[in-house]
Design a protein around this ligand. Structure first.
Ligand code: ZN
Length: 237
């Protein structure tokens, strides 16, 4: 009886350990089993990419206005369901010549999903991105940065890299709630080849939206140039 209990405990511990490991692996910034993984680009050139996840949403006009006024091209990782919901706004992003990336259709975590599910999420969104008139390269960013086996394998079969990020000021609540802290965090931590992640499309992310202009001004002051993700990839030395 005692033996059985010990075995059950060992098995339970192994499962907990495995769950822990898979969770860490799904968010890893350096390890992925298949295909390319990009968090930043190794370069001495002062180039960085501004990336905006989710949307389009209620602040599309505002972010486009800021980027236009400052002559900056960004990369927008849009979701399929929001492209459908804000179709005209999505077209405006394309009309302003920004880069569009695929952020899945439903924005669900792409872990423990079937190959067919993952494939449909990405293909459907790619189709919508073409429907809004975008003709450039479509890079991919997984929701919450999460992926395990099925998603990377599918992406690698399609020759698509997983694009993550190297600067995420919003991951610290005390920074995320204050636009000047967001700007300062980026300015203090920036390095050539960085990929900056911000969410600016929703009402709840107004501080992030308000930080964009400051980030652009301060980094330009430091001699940085803003490029899209696919342009940044060309700088890999
Ligand atoms: Zn997202």
């Amino acid at each position: 009886m005692k033996k059985l209990l010990i075995i059950i405990m060992i098995v339970a511990l192994l499962f907990i350990g495995l769950a822990f490991l898979l969770n860490a692996l799904s968010q890893s910034r350096s390890l992925q089993f298949f295909g390319g993984l990009v968090t930043n680009v190794e370069t001495d050139e002062k180039v960085v990419a501004l990336t905006f996840d989710d949307g389009p949403g209620v602040h599309t006009d505002q972010i486009l206005h800021i980027l236009r006024e400052n002559d900056v091209k960004g990369t927008f990782y849009l979701t399929g369901y929001e492209i459908e919901e804000y179709f005209e706004d999505a077209k405006k992003i394309v009309d302003d010549d920004h880069e569009i990336g695929n952020h899945t259709y439903s924005h669900e975590r792409m872990i423990f999903k079937s190959h067919a599910f993952v494939k449909e999420e990405i293909e459907k969104t790619d189709e919508l991105i073409r429907q809004i008139g975008y003709e450039g390269e479509i890079t991919f960013r997984p929701p919450y940065g999460r992926r395990l086996f099925v998603l990377p394998r599918y992406l690698s079969s399609q020759d698509k890299s997983t694009i993550l990020w190297s600067l995420e000021p919003e991951s610290y609540p005390e920074i995320a709630s204050d636009s000047s802290k967001i700007t300062n965090y980026v300015v203090e931590n920036i390095e050539p080849g960085d990929i900056i992640l911000l969410h600016v499309m929703y009402e709840s992310r107004i501080e992030s939206l308000n930080a964009v202009e400051g980030i652009i001004h301060e980094l330009k002051e430091q001699g940085y140039r803003f490029v899209t993700v696919s342009e940044l990839l060309q700088y890999e030395s």
